[in-house]
Structure formats: C-alpha cells, structure tokens
Ligand binder design. Structure first.
Ligand code: FES
Length: 335
C-alpha cells in the first residue's frame, strides 16, 4: 500500500496533554504500517461545517509526534483552535474505538543528518513537528538545542517529558515566567558562536516571520533554515468576505470556515494548487482590488511582495475589514 493511500486507522488512545491540546494515538491496519521518520505527518480526512449544507469532507495534515518503530502506533497532537475551520474539532471529538481515515506517514520536513550543529525552534504545538527530530538527533550524538517557546507551561505539550529525556538541550522560553523568546538575541548568538548551525522551525506565523527576518539580518545562510507552517494561523480573526474573479464571471462569499481557493472552486473555477499550506506558490493569483486588509498567511511571498499587495496565495490568505469599516472584498485576476 502506497503511503499516500488512505486507510482506516483505529483510535486506540486519546489524552489531553496541554490546555486545548489533545494527543490521539492511531493504530493503522496491518498492511499499512510504516515507520514514521522525524518530520513526517499524516493527511487525515475530517468533516467540517458547511453552512446549510451540513458538513463536507476535507483533508488536514498533522505531524506525527512519536511512533512505535514498526509503525503500529502513530501519535498526533492537535490544538483545538478557535480560528480552526473545523478539522481540529473533528480530531478532538475522536474517542478510543473510533476510526480515522488517514494516509501513512508522509515526509515534507526532513531533517538532514550530518550538520555541524542543530537549532530546533518550536512555538507551542509546533513541538509536534520537532520532538521526534530532537530525540533522533540526540540519539545519534548530534549537537542539538531545542528552543521551545510558549505563553505558559500549561499550553506547552510534552515540555516536561522532553526536559526529562533531553536535559539541558531543551531551553524553554515561557512568556508568563518572564523568559519570553528573544529571537533576535538567539540568532545573533548563533551567528557569532556557531554560524554552521542548521535550524528547523515550526510554530505560528509570527514566530516564522521573526526567525526568517532575524536569520537574514544576521547573515546566516538561507539554505540552513527550514520551517514547517501552521497554514491556518493569521494576524486577523477569520471573517466572511466577498471574492470576485471577473475573468470567469464569479462572485462568491468566503465564509470563516472556507478558503478563497475552496470558495472559487465551488463556484466552478479550475485553479492550480498543490501544498494548500501557503508554501509552494502554485495557487498565487494577481490582486486587482482589495477593500480591507489582506491577511497574508503564506510563507511563499516575500515580505516585499506581501507589502506590495499585488498577489495573494488563495489557499490560505484572507481579507479582514479595514479601519474604514467597509465590507471586505477581494477582486482577483487570473495569472
Ligand atoms: S497551494 Fe501551495 S501556496 Fe497555495
């Protein structure tokens, strides 16, 4: 069975591991068991609310936080986000004995073995994409620092476990204890003391922005920085807005639980896309007009491109009402 093939995995364990964060352990069927390397995720089928239509199926990706060596147990850890489009609520509703339709472990955040030194930076539930890497690199004898940032300890899953296992390699940065992560100071130190460091980052968009900018500012090589995104986190709360694509005669509403891409597709637009996480750039469309503020939620467009406002990744980015209070509107062109 191909890793991308969906199968029915049985939920064998669920537990709350931090405030609003649940661990779900899955047991794939015998023919579909594969080892989950660090950086792998599962694509899972979830049902999300769809207005008057009830629910609709969608696919979400969640990192494998740990697994048994034979792949018979794979653990996901999911934050119940208030701005979620419904996928995390579906996973939080699972109980032992339920079935979740999912793929095998898929890799899009591989850890390169053999670097001089590793810096892993996790924000909140972003630890799920880095915990296995920290354990594996430590086992291999690599020099690894895991900087784990969060608002408070009760929102930082696995922190105590990781500290017990990895000792001083884990450096917690806990805002409400006065040890908030200072990204600029961290990367200034890295550039000074260990410029050969390879960094892996996973967390909310604000953390990725801070790290990518500071990484550049301190002259660290761009090829040594890798990151994993949470596609749904933005700077504004998700709200409904109108979107128009005059070239295809489309006008529709993007509700808070849908993306621009999904809404245009439902209206009959045949658009290119791949990652659905704001990373590949395949879904980028030119912007003709915006009423409101574009909430760029991608990591594909550069800071300048986002500020210029000429294009948008329609798989993740949204529009929020601007200070003038007009109904938010996005008018797009075809590339
Ligand atoms: S589909 Fe990859 S950035 Fe939108």
């Amino acid at each position: 069975m191909n890793a991308r093939t969906f199968h029915d995995a049985r939920v064998v364990e669920t537990a709350d591991v931090a405030t609003g964060i649940r661990r779900v352990v899955l047991e794939p069927p015998a023919g579909a068991r594969r080892r989950a390397d660090p950086g792998t995720h599962l694509d899972v089928r979830v049902e999300v609310p769809d207005g008057d239509r009830g629910v609709r199926p969608e696919v979400r990706s969640y990192s494998v936080v740990d697994s048994s060596p034979d792949g018979s147990r794979l653990a996901l850890t999911v934050h119940l986000s208030p701005t979620s489009r419904g996928g995390s609520a579906h996973v939080h509703g699972l109980r032992p004995g339920d079935v979740l339709r999912c793929t095998g472990p898929l890799q899009n955040f591989p850890v390169r073995i053999g670097a001089e030194r590793y810096l892993l930076i996790a924000g909140g539930v972003g630890i799920t994409a880095l915990a296995a890497a920290a354990r594996t690199l430590t086992r291999l004898g690599a020099h690894v620092d895991l900087v784990y940032a969060g608002r408070s300890r009760d929102r930082m899953p696995y922190l105590a476990d990781l500290q017990a296992e990895l000792g001083e390699r884990v450096q917690p940065a806990v805002s409400d204890e006065g040890t908030r992560l200072d990204v600029d100071a961290l990367l200034a130190r890295t550039a000074r003391q260990a410029p050969g460091t390879e960094a892996y980052v996973c967390g909310p968009l604000a953390l990725l922005d801070a790290v990518t900018h500071a990484w550049r500012r301190h002259g660290l090589p761009s090829t040594a920085l890798r990151y994993e995104t949470f596609g749904s986190s933005g700077r504004h709360a998700a709200q409904a807005f109108r979107v128009q694509l005059p070239a295809l005669g489309i006008e529709t509403v993007v509700d808070p639980g849908s993306t621009v891409l999904e809404s245009l597709q439902r209206s009959g637009a045949d658009l290119m896309y791949d990652c659905l996480k704001g990373e590949c750039g395949l879904c980028v469309l030119p912007v003709r007009r915006v009423d409101g503020v574009v909430d760029h939620r991608d990591v594909y467009l550069s800071e300048d491109q986002q500020a210029d406002g000429g294009s948008v990744c329609v798989c993740v980015s949204r529009v929020a009402a601007g200070p003038e209070g007009r109904e938010p509107l996005l008018v797009l062109d075809l590339p």
